[in-house]
Design a protein around this ligand. Structure first.
Ligand code: ADP
Ligand code: MG
Length: 683
């Protein structure tokens, strides 16, 4: 029994492999294969067939997607530096595959003419045509597989033979690891050990066996590792002792009495959860999650006032100046006059800024509203007790950890996010935090009415907009990213702006990616002040800003957006008591998939439900940019197919937490699955 319990082999770099040349190693490095363990997850090709396949007509620009296409024509330019191009189709549309720095032979091999091929890559658009640059070849018709060797996804420069040789070598040297799962857990997977599972994973007779125990076991390993690391971080933060804050009903009532509405049950419930944490002797690290417009701001301000009354300072950080200002103005209205609050803006005069900084240090200011500028080194708080961070779902675990450290031990942390996520993902995305959820919307809200319209019916839409403007309402007009290039994107919104400005002279404003931040905020402010009735924009208008007067949102080319994103855009209207509408515009007749998506939106106003559906339709990796937060795509586990495993892992984590089970036996699991660093960082 060689290499017993020695996972070092798996973590060592590729030089440990015999017969692997420098060139192969470099190619693999470029593909983010850094050690032997990484290679285990480059699966035989049939596994990848399960990858979500999209029709060309449903492609979304800028996203990595898998399509099944037929190559029709090669274009190999004789001019150097020009890319090779292959025109391809599926039953719903056309796409070009572009290859830079590649040989004709390679292109011919992975895209043989008139044969169906599955490829994967980031989709962009050039001169109105879809294209994928340097796609990854996923598979060919499975009848072509004759040999016992596995077919792996081809990477230019490495042959199938080399791949198989490498994998065989690794499997032969696979260390036998001590089992980390408990007996009853393991029994659920028919006692498949990690080693056996890996060997079976690469056995050509086993491929596509997603329901097999070996496959499930490996998926479960992955889920548990991800949950476990978050749970450890949470435990560590909870061990930090702090001076508890006193919560009195007084602060609560002082604010409530100034409002012309009552808090919803969920607002009261979450406020109570927050107050219990503030009161306790342990540091709070909590997420307040609630759909757009569910009223998170009030909850955070009431809790902030409690903290101020307990003698601490509070900092609220918003993603943009305009949002920070909105929160500041609201607090000015609601807080008692003796509470000193300030807005620290990059636009304030220097003298003003200096004064604020000085007064934060001398404890003259009770609460400050700002953007991330609040975290500059020169800003020192006399007695910071609470940080509130608005609209930051894109922070990853590491960034959140840094934040929690920043304020020091006595500082409680509340993050707010309007991005509902599917239940199965909560533990991997937010498992390091306690989570409070507002599900219920204020009762005075009317649901936004959602319509779909073909683009050639724009006259009807204009008529509708005219009527709304006459009634004093304002309109968002969203042009999606049509092209990958910012320049073209901006041109398309400029065009729409010009078009609308002819119909509604001097009543249309425009924002796109090229407008500088300062100017953008100025335009948004003017729109808030009702200087314009229509705001044409790309999707850059932030979540969170309260536009009480905007009642209509028109979203062009709506099938370019995911469901959750459409739901968030829709949430920008309908904050007041008037009926609001959302018009989704489409270029051509809708595909069955697009129809399905619209119906989901028409029938539901519940962000959580919509995020579940979105995940089912699109896979989870792309849900609202969570990729940017460092949330890794799982290698095997799939939140849709393996929901039971996610729930099982959640149960196991609760058990570990409740019974205070030592996690030493999971050390190899955490090390291998690249999750241990962050825990060690924390000691
Ligand atoms: P979000 O959760 O998206 O941050 P906000 O806090 O901006 O939502 O609240 C949206 C709007 O709803 C605000 O105008 C706010 O005054 C209002 N609001 C908040 N709570 C209630 C409530 N319980 N009843 C009625 N309106 C409310
Ligand atoms: Mg908000």
């Amino acid at each position: 029994m060689k290499n017993k319990n020695n996972y070092d082999y798996l973590l060592s770099d590729l030089t440990k492999l015999n017969g692997v040349g420098k060139k192969t190693m470099e190619i693999l490095k470029k593909k983010k294969v850094n050690n032997i363990f990484d290679l285990l997850w480059r699966l035989p090709k049939s596994y990848t067939d399960r990858t979500f396949v999209t029709k060309i007509c449903d492609l979304q620009i800028g996203k990595v997607q898998t399509i099944r296409i037929v190559p029709l024509k090669y274009q190999f330019p004789r001019v150097r530096h020009l890319p090779n191009r292959v025109n391809c189709i599926d039953q719903s549309g056309k796409i070009d595959c572009i290859f830079f720095n590649s040989y004709e032979g390679y292109v011919r091999k992975i895209l043989p003419l008139n044969e169906e091929v599955t490829i994967n890559g980031k989709v962009n658009s050039y001169k109105g045509c879809y294209q994928i640059t340097n796609p990854t070849y996923v598979s060919q018709d499975s009848s072509l597989v004759e040999t016992v060797d596995n077919k792996y996804s081809l990477t230019e420069g490495i042959t199938e033979k080399t791949y198989n040789k490498i994998i065989k070598q690794i499997l032969q040297n696979l260390p036998i690891l001590n089992e980390w799962h408990e007996k009853d857990v393991l029994k659920k997977f028919d006692n498949e050990s990690w080693n056996n599972s890996i060997i079976k994973l690469h056995d050509p007779t086993n491929i596509e066996n997603y329901k097999a125990n070996f496959y499930k076991r490996l998926a479960y390993d992955e889920i548990l590792a991800s949950f476990l690391v978050n749970s450890e971080i949470r435990k560590k933060i909870k061990k930090i002792k702090k001076i508890s804050k006193k919560f009195t009903k007084k602060a609560h009532n002082e604010i409530i009495n100034k409002l012309n509405f009552d808090l919803t049950n969920d607002q009261e419930k979450t406020l109570n959860e927050i107050n219990i944490d503030l009161n306790s002797k342990c540091k709070m690290f909590r997420l307040l999650q609630g759909d757009v417009g569910s009223g998170k701001t009030i909850v955070s301000l009431i809790s902030a006032l409690s903290v101020i009354n307990s003698g601490f300072q509070v900092a609220l950080m918003a993603p943009t100046e305009i949002l920070a200002r909105q929160h500041f103005i609201l607090a000015k209205k609601l807080f008692p006059k003796n509470i000193s609050i300030e807005l620290l803006s990059s636009k304030s005069e220097n003298i003003e800024k200096k004064k604020i900084i000085k007064e934060l240090k001398s404890n003259k200011i009770n609460m400050v509203f700002s953007t991330h500028a609040i975290f500059q080194k020169k800003i020192i708080f006399a007695n910071l007790g609470y940080i509130i961070i608005d609209e930051q779902h894109k922070f990853g675990v590491r960034q959140r950890k840094l934040l929690s450290d920043k304020g020091g031990d006595n500082c409680d942390v509340l993050l707010m996010s309007a991005t509902p996520i599917p239940r199965t993902l909560t533990m991997s995305v937010y498992g390091d935090m306690d989570v409070s959820i507002i599900k219920e919307k204020p009762s005075n809200r009317k649901e936004v009415k959602t319509y779909s319209k073909l683009e050639n019916k724009i006259d009807d839409v204009i008529k509708f907009v005219k009527k709304e403007i006459k009634e004093g309402n304002q309109v968002f007009w969203v042009c999606p990213l049509i092209e990958e290039s910012k320049k073209l994107d901006h041109q398309s919104s400029v065009k729409k702006y010009k078009f609308l400005n002819k119909i509604f002279p001097n009543d249309v404003a425009l924002i796109h990616g090229k407008v500088a931040n300062d100017e953008k905020e100025e335009i948004l402010k003017k729109f808030l002040d009702k200087e314009y009735s229509i705001l044409v924009s790309t999707t850059i208008i932030e979540v969170g800003i309260d536009f009480p007067n905007a009642n209509v949102i028109i979203i062009e080319n709506a099938n370019k957006f995911g469901l959750s994103q459409l739901h968030q855009l829709r949430g920008r209207v309908g904050r007041g008591i008037k009926q609001a509408s959302c018009i989704l515009m489409f270029k051509s007749n809708l595909s069955a998939n697009a129809k399905k998506r619209i119906n989901i939106l028409k029938n539901s106003n519940d962000g959580f439900e919509i995020s579940e559906e979105d995940m089912k339709l699109r896979g989870f990796g792309d849900l609202l940019g969570f990729k940017q937060s460092g949330l890794k795509n799982f290698r095997l586990a799939d939140p849709i197919q393996n929901e039971d495993l996610f729930l099982m892992a959640e149960k196991q984590i609760r058990k570990i937490e409740m019974e205070n089970i030592n996690i030493d036996k999971y050390k190899a699991l955490l090390k291998l699955y690249d999750q241990a660093d962050i825990i060690n960082d924390m000691v």
